[in-house]
Structures are given as structure tokens and as C-alpha cells.
Design a protein around this ligand. Structure first.
Ligand code: GDP
Ligand code: MN
Length: 382
């Protein structure tokens, strides 16, 4: 889950990372009073969960109260990369001497936290990596030890950064790591980390993404409206990952789901998603799974591959038939569904499927035949 800049900065401040003074506003009038309260030296920042606000014109520097009012109105009317602006953060403006980048991500290659520092900040890190890779320094953090000052000292030396600022940056990095670790962060970023003309360092921007699987450990965090299909699926207890093929897959267990994708790939098909319904397959896992999969317009056919170790195939077969009946009734099913069942009460389950008269349902006894069938019915991925 992504936090808004103002929410992340609130946490930064609690952990001792210097952030400019700010007021969160929901109307242009509130922006104007914040303009006065912050001594008429402010920056207005649209609060959205996407980056690149600077470039999108969503960061503004009013000089007068009427400018503050006009700029606030235009910000509240904005939509940035599909996201409506509902709040504007009014912050004391900084006089910037230099911008840096400081961030920590969970690195999938090493399964460890990775500290990243760049002696040039402001630009999005992906872009910076393309244009000036030489200014980006990285160090893998041993998760058992945590971030050590020497890790960051080493990077700062390599970056030829004046030693005058080393201690301030080290303190910020250590606090940043504490947040990342204690809040179950996936990514935490200060971009830009600003050196002011007075020689102080401030987090001018703040990004904090929390691992969704750890949200239950943070009841203090705001509850967000579910937006993406992945979020919707997670809320239903399904593990769903969107992929770029045209065959929707429902399986039970992560291992079997991955093996099903491998079979499909080997036969020349392309999965549209990964969907592990787990033990939910016994309850509404098939129905919820089909609904989630069909939100993807690229899906031309669905493959359901089940191994019932504990659960029973006959119960699952009934769920599948019932779901297909209901969807046909409501005319919400217009792709073929190929099913393979193995495990307990397999014969009974298979009988239930073969009795079903639906023109959408196909049964194959082995996965090798099922993948061929679903590719034949669904056609090649576009
Ligand atoms: P982003 O574009 O969504 O990442 O938004 P940022 O908060 O990073 O702001 C973009 C740019 O606006 C920064 O890189 C700075 O150059 C500039 N900026 C942000 N806050 C201030 C400020 O207080 N004073 C000044 N002069 N520039 C700022
Ligand atoms: Mn930024």
C-alpha cells in the first residue's frame, strides 16, 4: 500500500527525519490560510499516489494569497495519471542549494534491503538510472545486522560528497532504515533530499510503500479504498498477479499454479494471470476467481486446474458447475472454461462435470490435454 506524501512525512517526522513544516488542505480557502500561517513562503503540492508531479505541473510556488487561491483551485481540478487531486499539501518552501536521492528498497535479487544514494536528485530514479547511472551508488544491507553507518559512509565517500554533510545524511539514512524495517516497508524514498542554502538537510519529498501482507501489523495506518484488481483479489483471499497473455488460470496452491503456467507455456500458450485460490477453492474461490479474471479484457479462455489433496473434487466440481450456470444466466460468461480435476473423489467430480450441459464447459482428464484444448479454444495471444 502506498502512502501519500503528507502521511509519509508525518512518519518521517516521528522518526526524526527533518521535513519542512506543512498543512494538509482540502479546499482552496484552507490553502490560503495555510499560506498566511506559513509566512507566505510556501510550495503547494498535489497529493496523489503517482510520481512525477513536478513535471505534471502539480507543484506550485505562489507569491501572493490570490496566487495561492488560484493555484489551489487549478490543483483541485487536476487529474494526474488518472488520479483526482483531493488534497493539497501546503509546505514551507525550501531554498535549495542541491538535491540528492536517498532510498531503500527490498531487492529481489538478494532478498535484502538495498540502500541507494545518488548525488543528483529530483528526477525519478528510473530515469536517472538511464541518463546518469554513474551518480547512483548502491549497497546491500545485511538484514540481520541492519544498516550500519559504515555502509552509508562508504557510499558518501564514493560520491565525493563534502564531509561536512556526512553525519546529517548518515542520521537520516539510519532513521529511514528504522522506518523501512519497523513499518514493513517495500520501498522508502526521499527524492529530493534537499541541502538548503543554510546548510541543512530536509526530506522535500517522501515516498513509503508498505508490504500489503504486513498491513495487519499496522492498525495505525489509514484504511484505503480498494482500487486495483490485485487489491480486490487480496481482499477476497486470492493471490492474483496480472500477466500479459490471454489464458486465465485458476488453480489451488502456488506450486500447482506455477506448474500450470509452465505447462501452458510449454504448449505455446500465454497465461493472462496467476491466480491461486488456495483453500478458498472450496468456498467461493471459483466464482470470485472467474469474476476477477474476466475483468481483464485480454482473456479469451479460462483454465481451471485443481488438485484436491484435502478438499474433495466432487464439492469443487459442483462449485464450478454452479458458477458457470449463474454466469450464463446473467450473460456474464462469454469465454470457454477448460477444467482438469485430480485428487480425492476425482471420479465423482469428473462425473458431475461431464453431466453439465453448458456449452462453455470443457473437461480434460490430464493437464497436457487441457492446455492444448484451452489454447485451441482461446487462440493465440494477441
Ligand atoms: P514529484 O515530482 O512528484 O517527485 O514531487 P517533488 O516533491 O519531488 O517535487 C518536485 C520538484 O519540485 C523537486 O525536485 C524540487 O526541485 C521542487 N521542489 C519541491 N519542494 C520545493 C521547495 O520547497 N522549494 C523549492 N525551491 N523547490 C521545491
Ligand atoms: Mn519527488
Amino acid at each position: 500500500m502506498k502512502l501519500f506524501e503528507y502521511e509519509a512525512k508525518d512518519i518521517f517526522a516521528k522518526y526524526g527525519i527533518p521535513v519542512p513544516k506543512g498543512v494538509i488542505c482540502e479546499t482552496p480557502d484552507e490553502v490560503v490560510s495555510a499560506f498566511y500561517n506559513l509566512k507566505k513562503n510556501v510550495v503547494l503540492k498535489a497529493q496523489v499516489l503517482v510520481g512525477g508531479r513536478g513535471k505534471a505541473g502539480a507543484i506550485k510556488f505562489p507569491k501572493t494569497s490570490s496566487e495561492a487561491s488560484d493555484m489551489a483551485k487549478s490543483l483541485f481540478d487536476m487529474e494526474i495519471k488518472g488520479e483526482r487531486v483531493e488534497k493539497v499539501y501546503v509546505e514551507q518552501a525550501l531554498s535549495i542549494e542541491k538535491e540528492y536521492y536517498l532510498g531503500i528498497i527490498t531487492d529481489t535479487d538478494t532478498s535484502s534491503p538495498l540502500l541507494i544514494f545518488a548525488s543528483e536528485g529530483g528526477m525519478e530514479i528510473e530515469l536517472l538510472a538511464k541518463e546518469k547511472p554513474e551518480v547512483i551508488k548502491k549497497v546491500v544491507i545485511n538484514p540481520l545486522l541492519g544498516l550500519m553507518s559504515y555502509n552509508i559512509r562508504f557510499i558518501l565517500k564514493e560520491s565525493n560528497l563534502s564531509s561536512e554533510y556526512h553525519q546529517q545524511i548518515i542520521n537520516i539514512a539510519l532513521n529511514l532504515y528504522s522506518i523501512y524495517w519497523e513499518m514493513d516497508g517495500e520501498l522508502i524514498e526521499i527524492n529530493p533530499l534537499v541541502l538548503t542554502k543554510d546548510g541543512d538537510l530536509f526530506a522535500a519529498d517522501a515516498k513509503l510503500n508498505i508490504d500489503n501482507n504486513a498491513l495487519f501489523r499496522h492498525p495505525e495506518l489509514p484504511k484505503r479504498e480498494i482500487k486495483t484488481v490485485e487489491d480486490k483479489a487480496a481482499k477476497l483471499g486470492l493471490s492474483y498477479v496480472l500477466l500479459d497473455g490471454n489464458i486465465g488460470i485458476i488453480s489451488n496452491g502456488a506450486g500447482l499454479t506455477m506448474a500450470t503456467m509452465d505447462h501452458l507455456n510449454l504448449a505455446g500458450g500465454k497465461p493472462a494471470n496467476f491466480l491461486d485460490a488456495g483453500e478458498r477453492i472450496l468456498r467461493d474461490g471459483v466464482k470470485d476467481g472467474m469474476n476477477i479474471i474476466l475483468e481483464n479484457p485480454n482473456v479469451d479462455a479460462i483454465l481451471i486446474n485443481i488438485f484436491a489433496g484435502g478438499p474433495r473434487c466432487d464439492v469443487i466440481a459442483e462449485k464450478i458447475v454452479q458458477t458457470i450456470d449463474e454466469m450464463e444466466e446473467s450473460k456474464s460468461l462469454n469465454v470457454p472454461v477448460v477444467v482438469t480435476l485430480h485428487g480425492r473423489y476425482m471420479e465423482e467430480g469428473r462425473k458431475i462435470l461431464s453431466k453439465c450441459k453448458s456449452p462453455h464447459l470443457y473437461q480434460e482428464l490430464e493437464i497436457e490435454d487441457a492446455v492444448k484444448k484451452v489454447i485451441e479454444l482461446g487462440g493465440k495471444s494477441k
